[in-house]
Ligand binder design. Structure first.
Ligand SMILES: *Cc1c(COP(=O)(O)O)cnc(C)c1O
Length: 571
């Protein structure tokens, strides 16, 4: 029975609850949704991540859009159960003691998947080592490498201490977890009665590992100079396999995972193609991301689906019947979700946003390639469209990484434009984008805007959340939208799909901006204001065609068949 073999899922971040500051963005939210669907499907899984006592950060924005990062204050004890066991990881200069905190994710049928958050804040550790698990994506390279040692090496040791001795597959959700391979190699050598790791051990371990790569952006791929690796990790037993571990005197976490995995995938079809070009010598498949349907469906749509599509929480495919739900019911559910969002927005910002005005949503990590200000490429034109074609209002959110100056400048730019256009278009930028706000936004706006520079968006998932709530996307053809887009049926495109050439175009965005304006002026606003039934048809098709497919239930089943049981079933 394929269902009895345990999958150990490792991720640097897991976003499972808005109150747990254990995630930063898409990668963590995907991990959380994956675990939720594994629990729904009663797939025996155990997940491992780090605790992050100070979180990623809590974002504050001043009146000019300057971002201030505050530590996220929370009490793990309020949400998590401390495990009594301790394990240690040997680093060059210290022995780090680790404990685990458990969070149980319960599936719709009651099956649970435990998530263990590792924590080094223990009395027996040095002051320095106690901080290792404090900050997500903070600190320098040495800090990151110590974190990855705790996650990978410490994670495997913790699983053993908790009784997980017979794990079927180890799934590395991004290269941050690659050091788990070091520990598996040492274990394998020890099992064979050797102290030294050999190339045969690599083959044995490789059979058990699965790797998912998540981004074509180079900064998303961790690499450490060999000298730093030796400084931090000391004389680790796998270093005798020098040429298998270091490439050009670098410990490259992506290459390590690629080299040591039996199944590798990108997170959308296009991202699979891009990854095959980036890492030509590896066999890279793709499994398109999804979102957890019950989690991301707003209350009003939950009620609607309960009435018209009973069983939809477990049977996500049945969302196809959204086509049979009366239009006015779809509209009413959407209006309720929108009212709730606008109530929040108006309370937080005093913007006076209006229920009957077309509302555009944009929430992304604030970083230049996401092009948050593309919509304002031609200020005169955007003003004219609002005046002559139909009014609209825009809601922004998103954090910039503390060291991403370009991203921070982008937030300030949106604030300046907001001032400039204050008599024409209402614009708000909401603070501290998190899971709760993500749900409110993706379900409450009238359209979900996405403007990344192709081909840098591996998948994206927020547009999938929107689709579940009948909110169509207006997006550049990149990531999942290449698969989810049918023009005028599930939403609208901006620009054309970039063909074969996967180099980033040095595109000033003028062409894309023009296309965006044309779509708004000639297609979308006229439909919204003057052919409401046709607009609702698009809403319905985004649920029926995209909600039914771009979910983690379908995604996890694909991982089960294509990745975890590779070669055992044809799929
Ligand atoms: C869904 C989500 C993301 C990822 O969405 P993208 O489409 O990849 O931008 C990021 N942050 C939060 C809080 C989310 O809910």
């Amino acid at each position: 029975m394929i269902n009895q073999q345990i999958i150990a899922y490792f991720s640097m971040e897991i976003g499972i609850d808005t109150n747990l500051s254990t995630y930063s963005g898409g990668l963590g939210v995907l991990a959380g949704d994956t675990i939720r669907s594994a629990a729904d499907l009663a797939i025996p899984m155990v997940a491992v991540s780090l605790l992050y006592r100070k979180g990623y950060f809590y974002q504050k924005l001043d009146s000019e859009g300057n971002q201030r990062e505050e530590p996220f204050e929370w009490t793990p004890e309020d949400y998590l159960e401390e495990m009594p066991v301790r394990v240690t990881v040997q680093l060059a200069n210290s022995t780090v003691s680790i404990r685990a905190w458990k969070y149980e994710v319960k599936g719709i049928g009651g099956f649970t998947v435990p998530v263990y958050f590792l924590d080094t804040d223990l009395d027996e550790n040095s002051q320095d080592d106690r901080q290792i698990t404090n900050h997500l994506y903070g600190g320098d390279d040495a800090y990151r490498l110590r974190q990855e040692a705790v996650l990978g090496i410490g994670g495997i040791k913790m699983l053993r201490a908790l009784g997980y001795n017979d794990v079927f597959r180890y799934h590395m959700n991004e290269g941050h977890a690659s050091l788990l391979i070091f520990e598996l190699l040492v274990e394998e050598a020890n099992n064979q009665g050797r102290a030294l790791v050999t190339p045969e051990d690599i083959e044995t371990v490789r059979q058990k590992c699965v790797f998912t790569t998540h981004t074509p952006v180079p900064a998303g791929h961790d690499k450490f100079p060999k000298s730093l690796a030796l400084d931090v990790l000391g004389n680790h037993p796998v270093f005798n396999l020098e040429s298998e571990i270091f490439i050009e005197d670098t410990l490259n976490m992506t290459y390590l995972a690629l080299r040591m995995s039996n199944y590798i995938n990108g997170v959308a079809k296009k991202h699979g193609e891009v990854s095959r070009l980036m890492f030509a010598q590896y066999d890279i498949d793709s499994i398109t991301n999804g979102v957890h349907v019950p989690t991301w469906t707003s209350e009003p749509f939950q009620k609607l689906y309960d009435t018209y599509i009973p069983g939809w929480r477990g049977d996500n495919l049945s969302l196809r019947y959204a086509l049979k739900v009366p239009r006015n019911e779809i509209w009413n559910a959407h209006s309720d979700a929108k009212r709730e969002l606008l109530r929040y927005v108006n309370k937080k910002t005093n913007a006076g946003m209006e229920q009957d005005v077309f509302t555009i949503g944009f929430a992304r990590r604030a970083t230049p390639y996401k092009r948050a200000s593309l919509l304002f490429t031609d200020i005169e034109r955007i003003k004219r469209i609002a005046e002559q074609t139909g009014r609209f209002q825009i809601i922004y959110a998103g954090k910039a990484h503390p060291r991403d100056e370009g991203g921070k400048e982008l937030i300030r730019e949106i604030f300046r434009i907001k001032e400039l256009l204050k008599n024409n278009i209402k614009i708000v930028y909401l603070e501290n984008y998190d899971i709760d706000l993500g749900k409110l936004l993706t379900s409450g706006v009238d359209i979900w805007l996405n403007t990344p520079q192709p081909p840098l968006e591996a998948s994206g998932t927020s547009g999938m959340k929107a689709a579940l709530n009948g909110v169509p996307s207006l997006s550049v053809l990149d990531g999942w939208w290449i698969e989810g887009h049918i023009e005028g049926v599930t939403g609208w495109s901006i620009g054309k799909e970039q063909q074969e050439d996967t180099q980033v175009q040095v595109d000033d965005g003028i062409k894309d901006a023009k296309d965006l304006y044309d779509k708004l002026e000639y297609v979308i606003l006229p439909l919204y204001y003057r052919q409401r039934d046709r607009y609702i048809d698009v809403m319905q098709h985004s649920i029926a065609l995209n909600g039914s497919f771009f979910n983690t239930k379908r995604m996890v089943l694909q991982y089960l068949l294509k990745a975890y049981h590779k070669g055992m079933v044809q799929f």
